[in-house]
Design a protein around this ligand. Structure first.
Ligand code: ZN
Length: 174
């Protein structure tokens, strides 16, 4: 089921989410809904708070080649256990901040530990777009957006554009 995506500014996008306590059918259904919502958008990553679910759960698929098989991932309680000293700059966007992009520097590689939907502990190293994406999504679980990594002037400009977008949408729901 596709869920509506919250648009910045929204207080739910500024909150630290508590961990998921156990993998239940409800969590598995949430993971499926988040993947459906992410692919429909379309986007490469989505975090629980972006659909108003204040839980530490993210989905990702950073497969770039449209011909390649999809690689859907659902990460519950993801935690960065190591990050590289080497950085990488990527022009980031966000489904909660439509059509706005800015360069953000983050560690180029990270190791992440999480629980999968079978309740198994997993740990994996990510690089390239996957590394950027997993850090961006984990930020969401801590109430942080990619615009919190950029200068205040550009951040305010983007926030004003989003306020206008929300006003326009409220007036004329598509
Ligand atoms: Zn985002």
């Amino acid at each position: 089921m596709i869920r509506p995506i919250l648009i910045h500014p929204d207080p739910r996008l500024k909150k630290v989410c508590p961990p998921v306590e156990s993998i239940t059918d409800e969590i598995r259904a949430l993971g499926r809904d988040m993947l459906d919502t992410m692919y429909d958008a379309p986007g490469v990553g989505l975090a629980g708070p972006q659909i108003g679910v204040m839980k530490r759960i993210i989905t990702m698929d950073c497969t770039k080649d449209p011909e390649a098989a999809p690689q859907p991932m659902v990460l519950v309680n993801p935690e960065i256990t190591w990050s590289s000293d080497e950085g990488s700059t990527y022009e980031e966007g966000c489904l909660s901040i439509p059509d706005q992009y800015a360069e953000v520097e983050r560690p180029a590689r990270v190791r992440v530990r999480w629980t999968d939907l079978e309740g198994q502990e997993r740990e994996q190293e990510f690089d390239g777009l996957w590394a950027t994406c997993v850090q961006h999504e984990i930020d969401h679980l801590n109430g942080k957006l990619f615009i919190d990594h950029i200068g205040p002037l550009k951040r305010q400009m983007i926030t004003r554009k989003m306020q206008k977008l929300k006003r326009d949408r409220a007036r004329d729901p598509a």
